[in-house]
Design a protein around this ligand. Structure first.
Ligand code: 13P
Ligand code: SF4
Length: 311
């Protein structure tokens, strides 16, 4: 298949033949979101992966998300269209360094953002996503000391909101880090009635101007409920596709980077997945996610705690 229509026809044939479910994150290209069986945020996608009765999970997202699917559904074949679809937060937290940091702070528990490697999950006590972090943190006694990694902006946001000190690992998301406060304020001056919705992976210079702060699904729900005609969206701009589908009569503007437009905020890792690579991954059932069983079982403990505490 070479045209878009032929690729779609082949993907539709293969998904039935292989009994595959296609899961996609909101940051995926619109054509991948459109053909997915389910589009969601990190927590929703984890739940779907744990529940599905398909034989194959084709994960249109990044590697740590596909690994979560495999950890929770080990008997399934999990394919990721491009194995190089990583995450700057995962890269910022090498397991050996995280282990040494934990050992240097034995009286702290590790509350860890899902955007990390399976090894780091295995070294953690509780995993959180941006949509579950507040609910989970509220259940941890105030005298319990906490290491939060790898996203220092999400950690800092939670620490400020809960007025709670946490030791923060110094990782950042290169996508959310790239929004420009100056350009955002210029845009706001042009659209004074447009509220700003921001993901908590953004630095405080952006989050402090936001009318709403939340996960991708939280931002999407906010877009559905606000009165305003226009919304400024400070997260990866591919989510705007779902907003336009759900609320076609409103205008959504991606928050700008230093160059004044939102294209520099496209996640380069998420963008590696394409229709053609999805087709190949379904045809060949490759690249597959494989995880050693002892590591999987250890990582599953911290993920199960999240699913329990977030429910
Ligand atoms: P959520 O979809 O959970 O808000 O996560 C955002 C993200 O950056 C995923 O990589
Ligand atoms: Fe990682 Fe940021 Fe891309 Fe999400 S948007 S996958 S946090 S680099």
């Amino acid at each position: 298949p070479s045209t878009k229509e032929e690729l779609l026809a082949e993907i539709n044939r293969l998904r039935v033949e292989k009994n595959a479910v296609i899961l996609a994150h909101y940051y995926q290209r619109p054509e991948l979101q459109d053909l997915a069986d389910f589009v969601g945020d990190s927590l929703e996608l984890s739940r779907k992966a744990a529940e599905t009765d398909a034989d194959v999970i084709a994960f249109c997202g990044v590697k740590f998300m596909a690994e979560v699917a495999k950890i929770l559904s080990p008997e399934k074949t999990v394919v990721l269209p491009d194995l190089n679809a990583g995450c700057s937060l995962e890269d910022a937290c090498p397991p050996e360094k995280f282990k040494a940091f934990r050992e240097a702070h034995p009286d702290h528990i590790a509350l860890t953002y899902i955007n990390c490697s399976t090894e780091v999950k295995a070294l953690s006590d509780i995993i959180v996503t941006s949509s579950s972090a507040e609910k989970i943190l509220a259940q941890i006694p105030r005298d319990q000391k906490i290491i939060f990694g790898p996203d220092r902006h999400l950690g800092g946001y939670l620490a400020r909101k809960f007025d709670r000190e946490m030791l923060l690992w110094p990782g950042v998301c290169i996508v959310h880090e790239a929004f420009s406060e100056t350009e955002l304020l210029k845009l706001k001056a042009q659209h004074p009635d447009a509220p700003i919705a921001a993901h908590p992976e953004c630095p405080p210079t952006i989050v402090d101007h936001a009318d709403y702060v939340g996960s991708t699904s939280g931002i999407l729900n906010y877009a559905k409920t606000i009165d305003a005609d226009t919304l400024i969206v400070a997260t990866e701009p591919h989510i705007i596709h779902q907003m336009q589908l759900a609320i076609p009569n409103k205008t959504f503007i991606g928050a700008p980077g230093a160059d004044g437009n939102c294209n520099c905020n496209i996640c380069p890792y998420m963008a590696l997945n394409t229709l053609e690579k999805l087709y190949l991954s379904l045809r060949d059932l490759s690249p597959r996610i494989e995880i050693d069983e002892p590591l999987r079982l250890k990582a599953k403990e911290s993920l199960d705690r999240m699913l329990e505490m977030a429910s």
